[in-house]
Design a protein around this ligand. Structure first.
Ligand SMILES: [Fe+2]
Length: 465
């Protein structure tokens, strides 16, 4: 009997945005390839290190590799074997952790997210910006912040959303390309949201006091707010992936956040949403990241055994609202998970803007949304009522595309590969044709009809739809 046998008849519908994601994905794949050639990363100016940045529990994959018997340590090995046997017994008798391919969405999550809402209505793609649907984009993100009245003026469609009932966004070919995942119905989760919020506010205040964050948020590529990225990344002229490095005081702030159980719960939910709505993308992440961690055990994902995502950014605000942008350094077909936090009126500000789809989505505090952030131009409206104590923060998880390229090239950069004898031909063979890469990437997106089968295929879980 599976975990899902007691589920009611499921309804799987979504918001049809009547656009084909393929041309946008082609653009994102092309940009990603260029980024890797240029050795560009998503480090936000932070250096990478091959040293551990924080004490953390070993990943399961590392625990498995610890089974090697060391000469002269037989007794120690026996104790380890017993311990391993106990752990194996516990694993069989406790819920599976969120390990890739062993992960299964919890029954609670499945009940909550199996019944998806549908908003009828199609966009008129002929009114969308010229050139955006075919080939390279002629318009690039303007890196400006858009207000709700401006977007209404431009004819954007407002999606009212309370942040609880899940909704999927479906493209004209029936692919699920984004999800308004909401939050679990478990009342304890509301407590986790409140505690995560408090921890991030605390980090911002302490950071300002000890000088590890600027007294006034400075403008950066994505907006004017304090942000701390962390985890495993690639780029910045490095020859291999590394852990994002911060000065000790800022790292101490990060460690407190990463060790916070409420933050971990949010991270786990974000990762579960990726597995639940994008099982084949999740599988692809696992098939790249596990070899990466095996090859480079010094890499420290933020939430081992909790989240598949290797990197995370805490956008501490106090008025987090991103400019119009795409995250070109992320995996082109990947999904960025965003959880909004803070105290603000989501009907007036803090909306998620999806420029390519001409949508403005209400994004209440505590809710989670997953979008293909390399593919879709996105941003936020500013919150209203800043002077009255309103604030907005967000926690995002994502994956740098350079990591997968580095794995794909045999744990080396394009430059290194090209410097080897026969490297050019090997690189061309690995890269393949853009059309083939596009087809492979598109196949990772489930349709409403295929989602249940894709989940079953990837996670070995069968349940009705
Ligand atoms: Fe983004």
């Amino acid at each position: 009997m599976s975990d899902f046998d007691d589920l009611p008849e499921l309804v799987m519908e979504g918001l049809n945005v009547d656009v084909d994601v393929e041309p946008l994905l082609v653009d994102a794949l092309g940009t990603s390839a260029l980024n890797f050639e240029k050795d560009a990363g998503d480090n936000e100016g932070n250096p990478l290190t091959s040293q551990p940045t924080r004490p953390s529990p070993r990943r399961s994959s590392q625990r498995i590799s610890m089974a090697i018997v060391k000469p002269g340590a037989i007794e120690k090995q026996r104790r380890k074997d017993k311990s391993r046997a106990r752990r194996a017994w516990r694993r069989q008798n406790t819920p599976l952790p969120a390990l890739p391919l062993q992960y299964r969405p919890s029954n609670c999550a499945a009940k909550r997210h199996a019944r998806l809402q549908f908003i009828k209505g199609k966009l008129d793609s002929s009114k969308l910006p010229a050139g955006i649907w075919v080939g390279k984009r002629r318009t690039r993100p303007s890196q400006r912040q858009w207000t709700l009245p401006e977007l209404k003026e431009e004819g954007f469609r407002i999606i009212e959303w309370r942040g609880d009932e899940p909704q999927v966004l479906v493209d004209s070919e029936g692919r699920i390309i984004a999800v308004l995942a909401g939050k679990p119905s478990d009342p304890d989760f509301d407590g986790a949201i409140a505690r995560a919020d408090a921890a991030m506010v605390h980090a911002r205040i302490v950071g300002k006091l000890n000088g590890s964050l600027p007294a006034r948020p400075e403008e950066h590529r994505r907006g004017i707010f304090s942000a701390i990225p962390c985890g495993v990344s690639f780029g910045g002229g490095q020859v291999e992936p590394g852990n994002l490095l911060h000065p000790p005081k800022k790292q101490a702030l990060l460690n407190d956040l990463l060790d916070n159980p409420a933050i971990q719960r949010l991270a786990g939910f974000q990762s579960s949403c990726l597995g639940f709505y994008f099982p084949r993308v999740y599988e692809d992440y696992a098939s790249n990241l596990f070899p990466l961690y095996e090859h480079s055990p010094h890499l420290q994902p933020n939430f081992p055994d909790i989240s598949i995502y290797p990197a995370c950014t805490f956008n501490l605000g106090p008025h987090t609202a991103t400019f119009d942008h795409t995250d070109a350094a992320n995996v082109p077909y990947g999904l960025c998970a965003i959880t909004a936090l803070g105290d603000f009126d989501p009907r007036k500000g803090g909306h998620l803007i999806l420029f390519d789809l001409k949508l403005v989505i209400e994004f209440p505090p505590g809710a989670t949304i997953l979008i293909p952030s390399s593919v879709l131009r996105h941003g936020n409206t500013p919150i209203v009522g800043e002077g009255s104590g309103s604030y907005r923060m967000s926690m995002t998880q994502y994956c740098a595309g350079g990591l997968f390229r580095w794995v794909g090239y045999g744990f080396k950069t394009a430059k290194t590969l090209l410097s080897e004898v026969g490297g050019k031909a090997r690189k061309e063979a690995i890269d393949g044709k853009l059309a083939d890469r596009t087809a492979q990437a598109l196949a990772l997106f489930s349709t409403i009809d295929s989602l249940a089968d894709d989940r079953s295929s990837v996670f070995g879980v069968s349940f009705r739809q």
